[in-house]
Structures are given as structure tokens and as C-alpha cells.
Design a protein around this ligand. Structure first.
Ligand code: NZQ
Ligand code: ZN
Length: 383
């Protein structure tokens, strides 16, 4: 094991009708609220009204920024930060999935600064303060509700970097599995893929902790067991709650304890697909992960074997990869590029654009390094 420090200050509130705890929490953070939402789901499914009811009970003055898109963009972060700055808000409340919460994390950092928000990603400014952030999660996937990462896209430069700062841990996160009952089948599946991918990125990183590996296998097993049941019964609270808890645990630090690093190369591959072709995050990962595993199969053999025997009861690396690929197909997430609108056979123009973008984004795994030739072969595996 490596030496390690565990720090996670997010206070997580989980369960049915948990939003009723919001007014008490609000007492610590002031009354002027920047409320951040996505396009329209929270208004059509009633979550917005429920949150507003609690904010009214807390006598909050609300300034709203709605319209954050999936694969969020920096222009929205700047516009919302301006709204918050102009109205001297005390606290940011995000109601949505990863895109909304990630955007709100950067707003919370940007509001006290004179800079454009992208200066944070360019390391032109080092924040020393952030507004408190409260997250109300409506989609189980990213783990952003209990971590210090935010991923935002710049459509001009075609970058999709992750930003890390301990200042952006949400102070409180509210997770009511009922809020995820309306997530459609496709995004439910992408969320299941994303949580598995987070566990895998931890597993394939550098360093070894046997207990952490067992945590990882348990998280993946939970998703493999309950994911298909949920896909067959999208309105089942019990399955929604299991997947929601698993997604939080997959990226709140649990899968990193005692390890030197995660790998994260596959996430980089996925982000290139999102920034160039607007592929949903989880869909990009169900395409990239099997292709990456096939490419690095020899080096990954012992790890694949150990994981495959624990999770699927199989006895070879090939079977482990096959099981993941079949699982992603079973829950309805794509495993090939043509399923997300790219060509149905190897296409040099697309390959070169993707490789160029991977270089712009300086994508590489922390553990399994990739050259342009590796990128080419991995992407070829995905056609
Ligand atoms: O925009 P609205 O109308 O709200 O619709 C959203 C969106 O279309 C919809 N949705 C959300 N909750 C819903 C719902 N529809 C019905 N009922 C509900 N309760 O779902 C769609 C997708 O939402 P989005 O927030 O984009 O999904 P997700 O939570 O998967 O977030 C993806 C983003 O998070 C980043 C990804 O790169 C991507 O940009 N990630 C963030 C990470 C982090 N901060 O730790 C780690 C991840 O690896 C990932 O990179
Ligand atoms: Zn992810």
C-alpha cells in the first residue's frame, strides 16, 4: 500500500423525501441562492417544485440559471457566475445530474473571482475560496455529489478537462432515489456504465491494496446484479437506490485508498468522443473500455483474471472482457462507434480527428501510457 490521506468533507443525505432536511441545512449558509438546473427534466418531473418549496420554507431569495446542457459548456458557467456575482449570492444550489453539479462547482469558484471561469482550467488563477455548494442529485452516475472534480467542455478549443480542487466538494448533497425514477432508459444505462468505469479506473491504476480491490469488485458486482433488473423495471425504487449508492461509492475516494493513482486513460478517450461528437459520457465509456482492455490484454491479464473470477466467475482475461462487453450490450449502452453516429468501418478521417483531439487534451493513462499508435489501435477495436 502507498501512504495515503482520506479527506471527504461532503455531508451526504440519502433516502426518501430527504430534501425536507434542506431548510435546516440552509441555516448555515445565508439566504441568497444561485439555483442551477439543466434543460427541463426537473421542471417536468416535479423535483424543481419540491426544492423550491423547501427554499421558500428557508426564506431564500432565489436567482435561477437553467439550461445547463449535458456535456456542459464553459459559456454557461460564466453566464451563471455573472448572475451570482451581480446578485451577491451566498450559496450555490445545483439540482440535476453531473453536468449541472459540475458546472455549479466551477461557478462556486468563479463567483468570487474577477476572472473568466476557463482561467481556472488553464491554471491562470489559483482559487483560495469558493462559495458553499449544495447538490441535489437527480441522476446516478458520476459521483460528483461526493467528490472534488468538475468536468466542463470548451467548444472553441475542443477541450474537456477535469478540474480538481478540495474547495469544490459539495458541502451537502441530497440523494433521493425517487428523484431518479424518471431518468430514461438510455441515461440510466449510461449511469451504470459510468459507475463501473470509475471502479475500473481505480482498479487499473498504479499500486495495490487488496481491500480496496475488494471494495471495487463489490461496487461492480452491485451494478452487474441490479443494473439489468433496474433496466427491466425503471420505476423500481429499491433498484434505483442500490445503483445510486453504488455510483456515489465508485468515485468518492473509496476505490483509491492506498493506491498510487487511478488510470483514467479510458475516460480521456471518452471525453474526446464527447467533445467532438457530443456522445453521452457513459456511452463513450461502454465503447472505449472494451476496446482499451482488448488492446492492453497482455499487460492486464492477471488483473482481468482476478476481477473476472470474482465478478463473473470466469477463468480467463478474454472471458472477462467478453462479459463486460455483453453486460454493456445487455443494458443497452453502445459498444461500437457506429452506434453513436460514427462510420460503420474504420475511417481514417475520424481516426485522425480523434487522435488529434486526444493530443490537444493531453490524454494519457496514469498507469498504462498510450502513444498515437495505441490510440489508433484502440479506436480501431471500437469500430
Ligand atoms: O438537462 P435535463 O433536462 O435536466 O436532462 C438531463 C440530461 O438530458 C437528464 N436528467 C437528469 N436527471 C433526470 C434527467 N431526466 C429525467 N429525470 C431525471 N431525474 O439526463 C441527461 C444527462 O444529464 P447529465 O447531467 O449530463 O448526466 P450525468 O450525470 O451522466 O453527467 C455527465 C457529465 O458529468 C461528467 C461527464 O464528463 C459529463 O460531462 N463527469 C463528471 C465527473 C465528476 N465530476 O466526478 C466524473 C465523470 O467521470 C464524468 O466525467
Ligand atoms: Zn465517468
Amino acid at each position: 500500500m502507498e501512504t495515503f490521506t482520506i479527506y471527504n468533507p461532503t455531508c451526504l443525505h440519502f433516502g426518501r423525501n430527504i430534501i425536507t432536511q434542506l431548510p435546516a441545512v440552509m441555516e448555515n449558509y445565508g439566504k441568497r441562492v444561485l439555483l442551477v438546473c439543466g434543460k427541463n427534466s426537473v421542471k417536468s418531473n416535479g423535483i424543481y417544485q419540491q426544492v423550491m418549496e423547501q427554499l421558500n420554507l428557508a426564506h431564500a431569495k432565489v436567482f435561477e440559471y437553467s439550461g445547463i446542457k449535458s456535456n456542459p459548456v464553459i459559456g454557461d458557467v460564466d453566464a451563471a457566475a455573472k448572475l451570482g456575482r451581480d446578485n451577491k449570492v451566498d450559496v450555490v444550489i445545483a439540482v440535476g445530474g453531473g453536468s449541472v453539479i459540475d458546472s455549479a462547482k466551477i461557478m462556486a469558484l468563479a463567483i468570487p473571482l474577477p476572472n473568466k471561469a476557463w482561467d481556472l482550467f488553464d491554471n491562470k488563477v489559483k482559487p483560495i475560496h469558493s462559495l458553499p455548494l449544495i447538490a441535489v442529485l437527480t441522476l446516478a452516475a458520476t459521483g460528483t455529489e461526493m467528490n472534488a472534480f468538475a468536468v466542463v467542455q470548451n467548444d472553441q478549443t475542443k477541450q474537456k478537462p477535469g478540474y480538481y480542487s478540495p474547495l469544490i466538494f459539495p458541502k451537502h448533497s441530497f440523494l433521493d432515489p425517487q428523484y431518479t425514477l424518471t431518468v430514461p432508459a438510455n441515461y440510466t444505462a449510461y449511469g451504470i456504465v459510468d459507475l463501473i468505469a470509475h471502479a475500473l479506473e481505480g482498479y487499473f491504476g498504479a499500486g495495490e491494496t487488496t481491500l480496496t480491490d475488494k471494495f471495487i469488485f463489490s461496487i461492480i458486482k452491485e451494478a452487474v446484479e441490479y443494473g439489468p433488473l433496474l433496466m427491466d423495471d425503471l420505476h423500481n425504487y429499491s433498484y434505483r437506490e442500490k445503483i445510486m449508492f453504488a455510483a456515489t461509492c465508485a468515485l468518492n475516494g473509496t476505490t483509491a485508498f492506498g493506491k498510487k493513482s487511478g488510470d483514467w486513460g479510458v475516460h480521456g478517450l471518452g471525453h474526446a468522443l464527447s467533445v467532438l461528437y457530443d456522445v453521452p459520457h457513459g456511452a463513450s465509456l461502454s465503447i472505449a473500455y472494451p476496446a482499451w482492455m482488448k488492446h492492453f490484454k497482455e499487460s492486464l491479464e492477471p488483473s482481468l483474471l482476478l476481477m473476472g473470477s470474482n465478478i463473473f466467475g470466469v477463468t480467463s482475461a478474454n472471458e472477462t472482457i467478453h462479459c463486460f462487453e455483453k453486460f454493456f450490450e445487455q443494458i443497452g449502452s453502445p459498444t461500437k462507434l457506429h452506434q453513436v453516429g460514427l462510420s460503420s468501418s474504420v475511417n481514417e478521417k475520424e481516426l485522425n480527428a480523434l487522435i488529434e483531439n486526444l493530443n490537444i487534451n493531453k490524454v494519457n493513462g496514469n498507469h498504462y501510457k498510450m502513444t498515437d499508435e495505441d490510440f489508433r489501435q484502440i479506436l480501431t477495436n471500437a469500430y
